[in-house]
Design a protein around this ligand. Structure first.
Ligand SMILES: *Cc1c(COP(=O)(O)O)cnc(C)c1O
Length: 381
């Protein structure tokens, strides 16, 4: 038997608490069954599993079409291409969402323009979009950051009055809903990632685009496969190879039925944290309703690095989503400078993510709570 380095100590106390555990999150899932089904079929790309997953996921999201892609960033890029966004076009988005949207915008040769965010939800603010319309944008990307739906109804109202399509970045918000509509079903196009840590995660990379419009879906299907109309006939420019594997699609089909229960589990952990931290000098997630899929549990604190160091000493992993605002990333010149997006910049300096994932046990949640409390107790709270 393999001996763990810290065996002999109290296992509960010595074990580190990770920010995410694929082992814990996938514990209830039969991963071998779907993998074997694909191996036995000897068909690896764009087969039955992909077709069925696209049907099932579109159905889950409440839209007609789903087109899978190789990853979430490709989904955003192909969505922009499908809407005809190209060189020199301007796209409005938030500057605190990890640069994924910006990557896609840059890939099609367009120019990102950042609207400031709402200080409560940290999502792109509808007012910020309204003000940014003067730049004459070709599209808006609304990221449902940390799994919380943006003020998407208002955003769509404003944008559609100006004739501008809205792309939802749902890579952290699988299954979040408001009223009878799920993430991805509000805008022209919804983009998803199935990176292993996401609320619906594969065992590798994967992504998808969902939409109501048949012609957009048809264009996306061509764009993800070399721009082919039919085999070897290229009739759409800007095509590429961006496909998900059959094995990943089969795994996602196996996992999709668990998604709602997993999201509830994430929200229950977030609720425990929120009530334990009330009264502490931290800003917690504003509401824990079903429009929040609790992909990340993010608080805002002053003196973030001290706080993180203390938790690390207690064996608790944390991370920052995300430390560098998009307009200040060193690789690109932005027309927007330091100070131009005060709410975005302040959030990037103060956010900290705590462990919140399905399979995180109650004792572990209590340990996180104890550690956070004792940090502030030492500081006189
Ligand atoms: C993960 C993520 C992406 C990118 O997905 P990949 O599959 O890693 O390319 C895009 N947007 C957001 C908000 C994400 O969290």
């Amino acid at each position: 038997m393999r001996t763990l380095p810290n065996s002999g100590m109290n296992p509960g106390m010595s074990q580190k608490i990770p920010l995410f555990s694929a082992q814990a999150a996938n514990a209830a899932v039969d991963l071998l069954g779907p993998a074997k089904r694909v191996l036995d079929s000897h068909w690896y790309i764009l087969g039955r599993e992909v077709t069925e997953f696209e049907r099932e996921f579109a159905n889950y999201c409440g839209v007609k079409n789903c087109v899978t892609t190789a990853n979430g960033t490709d989904a955003l890029e192909l969505a922009l291409r499908a809407l005809g966004v190209g060189p020199g076009d301007k796209v409005i988005l938030a500057g605190n969402a990890g640069f994924y949207g910006s990557t896609a915008v840059r890939l099609v040769g367009a120019i990102p323009y950042y609207a400031d965010i709402d200080p409560q939800t940290l999502n792109i603010a509808a007012d910020g979009i309204r003000e940014a319309l003067t730049i004459n944008p070709r599209a808006v990307i609304a990221t449902h950051l940390y799994g919380r739906l943006a003020d998407i109804e208002t955003i769509i109202d404003i944008s559609s009055q100006a004739g501008i399509p809205v792309i939802e970045d749902c890579a952290q918000a699988h299954g979040a809903f408001r009223g009878d509509r799920r993430a991805g079903s509000f805008g022209e196009i919804g983009c998803f990632s199935f990176y292993p840590t996401k609320n619906l995660g594969a065992l590798g990379d994967g992504g998808a685009v969902v939409c109501r419009d048949e012609s957009i879906a048809a264009r996306l299907k061509k764009l993800r496969q070399y721009g082919w109309e039919t085999k070897y006939v290229v009739n759409v420019p800007g095509g590429r190879n961006s496909r998900i594997d059959e094995i990943q699609a089969a795994i996602l089909r196996e996992k999709l039925p668990f998604l709602d229960a997993w999201n509830s589990e994430r929200r229950a952990i977030a609720a425990k944290y929120n009530s334990a931290f009330s009264g502490l000098p931290v800003q917690c997630p504003s509401s824990l309703d079903v429009d929040y899929a609790a992909h990340l549990y993010v608080i805002q604190v002053d003196g973030r690095e001290h706080f993180r160091g203390f938790l690390e000493d207690q064996g608790i992993a944390t991370d920052i989503h995300y430390p560098v605002p998009d307009h200040l990333q060193p690789a690109y010149q932005s027309s927007q400078k330091k100070g131009d997006l005060p709410v975005t910049e302040r959030a990037c300096a103060r956010v900290v993510s705590l462990p919140c994932f399905p399979g995180l046990g109650p004792e572990q949640v209590d340990r996180v709570i104890e550690a956070v409390r004792s940090y502030f107790e030492q500081r006189g709270f």
